[in-house]
Design a protein around this ligand. Structure first.
Ligand code: MN
Length: 491
């Protein structure tokens, strides 16, 4: 059974050991413990167990003392009848502001599509105001979703769905990939029990793909490389997470045979030439799968991602994706979320241009994080409106699409899928038909009407703001011209 984290445990994982910081966190800890005295969770555990867990998660994430303290205090106003003035008197304006933000976010509930969209919108608006509030809320949600089995049945599915559709995507955007994966895996069985059972069963039949087996392959690869003269390598390995596997399976008709990166190993070698040498060594020992060798070193992805990929038969019935790269390539890719995207989603994503757009956005955060080593300074910068040049739009189902400001329904349509873009016949924004060159605004709900015989015209190039849409329109128009030309020649 889970137990309460002590103040010393939290202080122990804090990045700062400045005595003022430690003192602040300890005071917040004691204040919250007192405020929640006697309260219980659904599990029967003391309520403070949850609060201490949230403080611990934030400390582990490297957040500063202000954030950790706000995390410890996050439920005192909502659930323990402490007043906001009390918080301010004891902990100052900033912590009051953060606690207040979390309290407000906590009031958002997920009830059907209508409210879902509304919640998302509010969530984003407050994100734009201060991302720190969102980070605390993510830590709060992570602990809540990890204890979902204790929650009454009728609430489980709602919380799980909300986690998958709102919280996890936000964690993903904020370069908190590790939390995104945890949120998803905790929520998955409660949101989609049947599908979870199905994936679980599929995985059971693929008994090879587990950490232990993969670690052995990883060691074997290191030995083979050493024998081939490449020493001084390091790396990591991972089995694809359940929910991320499920999403991919859905894309591939639930055919496990089409998932080649269920298990993956990444090897960091000293030089660029070593990447190719390592590939040769691996291929001489293990049979590669045809068509799975990808040279992103000679041909980097649009976002600059570089690595050499192959997929090998391990000889015992398994297959593993192996990636080779240098320390420098790894560093470039490993900046926060950028690495996560590139590794997990980037590899097979066909609309890599769209992904690159997302990455640009995300890279800004990573670079900021890198250029400000002190977390306080980093967080200070996070307060700057990141969303200033982006607008967040929603499909009628509540999916979020982010686009540059003054994007049009044409951009929206292509952002969803090039096929939808190519057959756009009209657009409905917030329930009203609009012209295709209408500038969209933050929070708009956009529905694209498609028709089989609808197709891009020259004007669309002007309507579109994103290069992704422009490029698709141009390529469609070119193809159409070519086809017309052929017909003509044929006569
Ligand atoms: Mn809470």
């Amino acid at each position: 059974m889970e137990r309460i984290r002590t103040a010393d445990e939290i202080v122990g994982v804090m990045h700062s050991h400045d005595s003022a910081d430690v003192d602040l966190v300890k005071r917040a800890f004691n204040f919250a413990e007192h405020a929640h005295h006697g309260q219980k969770r659904y599990s029967g555990d003391p309520y403070f167990l949850h609060v201490s867990a949230v403080g611990y998660i934030l400390a582990e994430m490297g957040m500063d003392a202000t954030m950790i303290s706000a995390g410890l205090l996050h439920d005192t106003v909502e659930d323990a009848k402490v007043s906001e003035e009390d918080i301010e008197q004891n902990f100052g304006k900033e912590i009051r502001f953060l606690v207040d933000g979390v309290t407000k976010l906590g009031k958002l509930k997920y009830h059907g599509v209508e409210r879902h969209v509304e919640s998302l919108r509010k969530l984003f608006v407050s994100t734009a105001k201060d991302i720190r509030v969102i980070i605390i809320k993510l830590a709060d949600r992570l602990h809540n979703v990890s204890t979902l089995k204790h929650v009454p049945k009728d609430k489980q599915a709602r919380i799980a769905l909300e986690t998958l559709e709102i919280y996890a995507p936000i964690a993903n955007r904020l370069s908190i990939g590790k939390i995104k994966g945890q949120l998803e895996d905790y929520a998955f069985p409660f949101a989609y029990p049947k599908e979870h059972a199905q994936v679980h069963e599929m995985l059971r039949n693929r008994s090879k793909d587990n950490e232990k087996w993969l670690e052995k392959i990883y060691r074997d690869i290191q030995v083979a490389l050493a024998e081939g003269g490449i020493t001084n390598v390091h790396g990591e390995f991972r089995v694809k997470r359940m929910y991320s596997l499920y999403k991919k399976l859905k894309e591939y008709g639930m055919d496990m045979g089409k998932i080649y990166d269920l298990s993956a190993v990444r090897i960091i070698v000293p030089t660029l030439a070593d990447c190719y040498r390592a590939l040769g060594i691996i291929h001489s020992q293990w049979q590669p799968l045809p068509g799975r060798i990808k040279d992103y070193i000679a041909f980097p992805k649009p976002n600059g991602y570089q690595s050499l990929h192959t997929t090998i038969f391990t000889g015992d019935g398994g297959i593993v994706e192996v990636q080779f790269r240098t320390e420098e390539m790894n560093r470039d890719a490993a900046l926060g979320i950028a690495a996560h995207f590139a590794y997990k989603e980037g590899v097979q994503n066909q609309s890599s241009k769209r992904l690159a757009g997302k990455l640009d956005w995300v890279k800004q955060i990573s670079q900021l994080q890198q250029s400000h080593t002190a977390s306080g300074e980093f967080l200070e910068n996070l307060k700057v409106d990141f969303f200033g040049d982006r607008i967040f739009l929603f499909t009628p189902k509540g999916d979020v699409v982010d686009l540059p400001q003054s994007s049009s329904p044409i951009d929206f349509a292509y952002a969803i899928h090039s096929d939808i873009g190519d057959h756009t016949a009209g657009a409905v924004v917030n329930g009203k038909f609009v012209a295709l060159d209408t500038a969209l605004h933050n929070g708009d709900i956009v529905e694209i009407i498609t028709k089989k015989n609808a197709k891009p015209s020259n004007k669309w190039v002007e309507y579109a703001k994103t290069t992704f849409a422009k490029r698709n329109i141009r390529s469609f128009l070119m193809k159409e011209n070519d086809a017309g030309g052929k017909k003509y020649n044929g006569k």
